[in-house]
Write a protein that binds this ligand. Sequence first.
Ligand SMILES: Cc1cc2nc3c(=O)[nH]c(=O)nc-3n(C[C@H](O)[C@H](O)[C@H](O)COP(=O)(O)O)c2cc1C
Length: 170
Amino acid sequence: MNIVIIQGSSRSDGNTHKVSSELQKLLNCDLIDLNKKEIGHFDYEYKNQDDDFPPLINKIANEYDILIFASPVYWYTMSGKMKVFFDRISDIIRIDKETGRKLRGKHMAALSCGYGSDAIEGFFIPFQKSAAYLGINYIGDIHTWVQSEELDHKVKTHIQKFAEKIQAIR
Ligand SMILES: Cc1cc2nc3c(=O)[nH]c(=O)nc-3n(C[C@H](O)[C@H](O)[C@H](O)COP(=O)(O)O)c2cc1C
């Protein structure tokens, strides 16, 4: 099974990338950086179809089986970039249904990256519910944190266990 990490931080080489790249190394998988994409907000008139979202979601639907969403904690929830990406999934339910159907049966996991070690209550609910709505199997989630240059030993161990869980269904 092909795995992709979809990184939703507002900086490409920040803390979320630090933990995402640790996971990427263990899974030997691809990483898509939403910060490097031009993705407009959801538009009821679909006037944004020439931005980066349509080719990106097509690539994801066609090439990957396990999607790992990695978001920093911004104001107790997922980043704006990640939320815009999820809003745009509405495009493939409304106007590109063929791509929408391709998501069914895939697997999803989610990763949060904050400053503190405590997971944010309810952070993963939108991921779990969106997966259920889209017919995607939700594998699980992990909260991570970064407080210094070096990754905390505990965080590394959590990531290793999470990677093993994903490898088990690969
Ligand atoms: C706009 C913004 C909002 C944040 N809100 C929270 C928050 O609600 N709770 C929290 O624990 N940390 C919060 N933080 C801290 C970040 O979650 C933390 O520093 C994270 O590791 C940043 O990842 P990044 O480098 O990928 O952006 C916030 C940071 C920013 C920039």
